[in-house]
Design a protein. Structure first.
Length: 113
């Protein structure tokens, strides 16, 4: 599967963004999909996961502010990000665990204070 992430941009602190990850094929048989992020000078950090039965999990740093969802009809996974903070600034990568982990190309999110 190939993944295409989009939706990043520049937003002020407290604002919202919605990231989307479009898959090249059906995703209803992909067990786990989600998002990581990588800030400058830091290691890649797990953000959120959604399973094929729509079970979700979140990193402590984003729980209560971010919401992950999947739309099997559109073959997309989305990440709704609310109450954004400057520390959320990073390149966000979507992934899918399908015969190994597949990654999207990343989309930049910049939160200004």
């Amino acid at each position: 599967v190939q993944l295409q992430a989009s939706g990043g941009g520049l937003v002020q602190a407290g604002g919202s963004l919605r990231l989307s990850c479009a898959a090249s094929r059906r995703i209803d048989n992909i067990g786990i999909m989600g998002w990581y992020r990588q800030a400058p000078g830091k290691q890649r950090e797990w953000v959120a996961t959604v399973t094929s039965n729509n079970s979700t999990s979140y990193a402590d740093s984003v729980r209560g502010r971010f919401s992950i969802s999947r739309d099997n009809a559109k073959n997309t996974v989305s990440l709704q990000m609310n109450s954004l903070k400057p520390e959320d600034t990073a390149v966000y990568y979507c992934y899918a665990d399908s015969f190994g982990r597949k990654w999207g190309q990343g989309t930049q999110v910049t939160v200004s204070s």
